[in-house]
Design a protein around this ligand. Structure first.
Ligand SMILES: *Cc1c(COP(=O)(O)O)cnc(C)c1O
Length: 382
C-alpha cells in the first residue's frame, strides 16, 4: 500500500536527514559515546563539548545565553518543571493559564489546583487568542506565574507574548511560555520578549523525540525548584545523565531551523495559500482560529454537514488529525475547539491539516482535491 501523505507535522516532524546523520556519531565505540559528566578522561570531555555546542545552537535560535538552557526529555517535562518549579515553596500561590493550552500545561495546572494552588483559567476569543487585558484583570496580589502558549498546536494562532510579557514584568509576575509549536515556525526572541521561562521540544523542529529544553532567564534571575533529583546535573535544575546523541540532534535541528526560518516560512505560506485555493470550490468551509495572527503550517477547518470521523475515514490517503495527537485517542471533541466557543457538533466537524519542510505543492494539491471529492460525496448522501 502507498503511504498516506503526511499532513500531521504539528503532531511530530520527521528527523531531518542531516540531523540523523549527526546523531549517529554519538552512539558507538568509534564515536563520542562517553558520559558528558565524566570529568576524568577524554571520552567525557568530548561528549561534554558536544553537549555545550548543542546548547549554543538551541540558545542561538531563541537569542538566549547558552547558560539559560536546561536540557529536559521534551516540552512536556519543560512545562512541568517551569510551572511546578516556579510555584514550589511559594506561600498561597495563584497562577493564570488558559483553557486552550497543551495538556502538559493543563494537566500540570489541574494537579496543582488539587494541591491547593488557585488557578484562573482564561477563555480565548473566537480567534483562539488571549487578550493582554484579560491577563491583566486576572492578576492578584499573590499571582506568581502566568503560563500561555506562543502558538496553539491545534489552531496555529499566535499569542501576543510581547504585550503580555511587558505587563507581567511591570507587575513582577513570572511568565512561562510553551513555545514548542513556535520554534522554527516564527521568530522567538527572548532578548526582546519579556519571557522568564520558555519550553522547547526537539521533535517539532525536525529533531528527535525524547529531548527538549527549558529556557530559564538569568537576568533578572529566575529561580525554579528542581522536580527530578539526583546528581545535580544542569546546575541542579534537572538531574540525569545527558543523552548526548539526542542533545546533538536537537542542537543541529535548531541550528538548521535558524538557517532555514525564512525559507521554511515562505514555503509554508505558499502551501497554505495553495491548499486553501484548492478548497475554494467547496462552500461551507470555516477556518478555526485567527487568520491574521497565526503560523502558516497549521490549518484547522470545519466542514458544514460533515463530521470529522467520516471525513477522516474517506481521506485514507492523507495522514491528518482531528486535534492534538494526545487527544486523538479519545472521541471527545477537542477541548481547544470548545474553548474557542464551538459547540460539540461544530467541534466534531473540524480537522487539522499541518504541513512542514518536506511537504510539496503536489501533496497539497492532491490533499485539496481529495477533500473536495470526499466532502462532496458525504454531503450528497446525507
Ligand atoms: C508537542 C507539544 C508539547 C509536548 O512536547 P513533547 O516534547 O512531545 O513532550 C507541548 N506543548 C506543545 C504546544 C506541543 O505542541
Amino acid at each position: 500500500m502507498k503511504k498516506p501523505v503526511y499532513m500531521d507535522y504539528a503532531a511530530t516532524t520527521p528527523v531531518d536527514p542531516v540531523v540523523a546523520e549527526e546523531m549517529c556519531k554519538y552512539l558507538t565505540l568509534d564515536g563520542v559515546f562517553g558520559n558528558p559528566a565524566s570529568r576524568t578522561h577524554a571520552y567525557g570531555w568530548q561528549a561534554e563539548a558536544a553537549v555545550e555546542g548543542a546548547r549554543r545552537q538551541v540558545a542561538g535560535l531563541i537569542h538566549a545565553d547558552p547558560r539559560e538552557i536546561v536540557w529536559t526529555s521534551g516540552a512536556t517535562e519543560s512545562d512541568n518543571l517551569a510551572i511546578k518549579g516556579a510555584v514550589a515553596g511559594r506561600d498561597n500561590p495563584h497562577i493564570v493559564t488558559s483553557v486552550v493550552e497543551h495538556k502538559a500545561v493543563l494537566d500540570t495546572c489541574k494537579w496543582l489546583e488539587q494541591q491547593g494552588v488557585s488557578v484562573t483559567w482564561l477563555k480565548p476569543g473566537s480567534d483562539g487568542r488571549i487578550a493582554p487585558d484579560q491577563v491583566a484583570s486576572a492578576l492578584r496580589d499573590n499571582t506568581v506565574l502566568v503560563s500561555l502558549m506562543m502558538v496553539n498546536n491545534e489552531l496555529g494562532c499566535q499569542t501576543d507574548v510581547a504585550a503580555i510579557g511587558t505587563l507581567l514584568r511591570e507587575r513582577g509576575v513570572l511568565f512561562h511560555v510553551d513555545a514548542a509549536q513556535a520554534a522554527g515556525k516564527t521568530e522567538v526572541d527572548v532578548s526582546t520578549a519579556p519571557v522568564d521561562l520558555l519550553s522547547l521540544s526537539g521533535h517539532k523542529v525536525y529533531g528527535p523525540k525524547g529531548i527538549g529544553a527549558l529556557y530559564v532567564r538569568r537576568s533578572p534571575d529566575v529561580r525554579i525548584e528542581a522536580q527530578i533529583h539526583g546528581g545535580g546535573h544542569e546546575r541542579g535544575m534537572r538531574s540525569g545523565t545527558l543523552p548526548t546523541h539526542q542533545i546533538v540532534g536537537m542542537g543541529k535541528a535548531f541550528e538548521l531551523a535558524s538557517e532555514l526560518l525564512e525559507q521554511d516560512k515562505a514555503l509554508l505560506e505558499d502551501l497554505r495559500h495553495r491548499f486553501l485555493q484548492g478548497l475554494e470550490s467547496l462552500d461551507g468551509v470555516a477556518l478555526n482560529g485567527s487568520d491574521r495572527h497565526r503560523v502558516p503550517g497549521i490549518i484547522n477547518l470545519s466542514f458544514d454537514g460533515v463530521d470529522a470521523e467520516s471525513l477522516m475515514l474517506g481521506l485514507r490517503e492523507l495522514a491528518v488529525s482531528s486535534g492534538s495527537a494526545c487527544a486523538s485517542a479519545t472521541i471527545e471533541p477537542s477541548f481547544v475547539l470548545k474553548g474557542i466557543g464551538l459547540d460539540d457538533e461544530q467541534a466534531h466537524r473540524a480537522l487539522r491539516f499541518s504541513f512542514g519542510r518536506f511537504s510539496t505543492p503536489e501533496e497539497v494539491d492532491f490533499a485539496a482535491a481529495q477533500i473536495v471529492d470526499v466532502v462532496t460525496r458525504l454531503r450528497s448522501v446525507r
